[in-house]
Design a protein around this ligand. Sequence first.
Ligand SMILES: Cc1ncc(COP(=O)(O)O)c(C=O)c1O
Length: 487
Amino acid sequence: MRNPMFVFDEKMADLVLGYCRDRLALDPVPLDYGGYAASLPGSLREVIGGLISPEGNDADRVLELFSDHLATAVISADSPRYLSFIPAAPTKASLLFDMVVSSGSLHGTSWLEAAGAVAAENQVLTFLAELAGLPEGAGGCFVSGGSAANLSALMVGRDTASLRGSTTQHPRIACTDEAHSSVGKALHVLGIEPFLVPAVDHRLRGEVLEAALSSDQPGAADVVGVAATAGTTNAGLVDDLAGVGSVARRRGLWFHVDAAYGGGALLSPAARPLFDGIELVDSLVIDPHKWLFAPYDCAALIYRQPALAKAVHTQDAAYLDVIHVALPGSVEAGDRAAGDGTAGDDAPGGDGAETDTADEPWNPTDYAYHLSRRARGLPLWFSLAVYGTDAYRDAVETVLANARAAAALISVTPYLELVREPTLSIVLFRRKGWSRGDYEAWSARLLADQIAFVTPTSWEGEPTARFALLHPDTTVDIVREIIETMA
Ligand SMILES: Cc1ncc(COP(=O)(O)O)c(C=O)c1O
């Protein structure tokens, strides 16, 4: 007798697909409640207690528990009323196709196993690389998030420093204290000390980097790379990428740009000049699960010279040899121009007569620290292909316009104070006279009343309110409704 777990169950399929259909049809998506004890119906542990048992349960009972008690205890990051941290706003097409990726068990480790998935993912990576102005031949892979991408990229920066003449035994990466917390964590994992450069008005600037590197500051001679941010998480500021990039180039340093949040704004012609210099990167991170309207978890990691990353990240084992040899009907990188690590070598869509007639094998596993991986770029690929890039540009521009309108409204509201004009889509402001405790109580009340999810931050040592806009449906009317609760 076959194990029932592997037999198609029509009733269960209808049940689960029906749930998905209903969730996708919600308009707007309800905010719901997260982990605030006050909003929970009781102990979640009790609600689901005993569910994992030798004999199992009816699918409808388990789904009902999920739907009634668990799903509602998760704040919907895709609600237009979610303005905390960095929200999400996956398109309907991307969510639907995420189900295809799941139900097809589509994975994306190697060309041998998953050429179809990898070719589509690479099409998206090429699109993003072109947006950033990277030369033909740039490529990489999708990883789970900005944190994983920063770690993988900085590992390549560290391990290839000797190719650029560094002899240090104690490599350092230059950054400011405005870099995302995951950069600090990545450096810790890699055993690298940060070389902290003072930020000027919260931004890393080329001339300040140059001065710090030329000074007798301890560690200056050990710097092998620099990590800049294009869209800081707290305030949406973009570092001086042109200045920093040219210092990095001149000094032979690895130039990494974390555009995990801000990268979506590359689509906006008006915002694009903020990113001038991004074309100089050695490695670039853009999280489509943030401002490119893809579902979790999806981060694009792109290298200017993927061969360098491949040399660092390829996992060697007898059982993996098969993914590194030439496949019939494809072009193996080794058959091409010598792999000297220059741009254009060993990359998706790289030039060369071979690519006109044959696909080039590409193993996503070779470009980050991972091995098995979900083909998490596919939901974005499907959505981009269906809606077209203009629709994406328009969605990004709507968000930018809404952020400006929110700032304008705040600046004419007497009891509020705008901290600074938004650069991208994060708006910092203060309620005159409020303490940290006031912001926290207000934030909890807003969620309890299902008006919005807005958590406070701090700015220059002062408690501050922060709106992170990312959903095109977060209109100025919603913003008005929220700020009226601060009167
Ligand atoms: C600038 C920046 N970098 C990195 C990250 C980390 O990304 P993830 O949460 O996808 O790991 C974030 C998250 O908000 C971010 O804003």
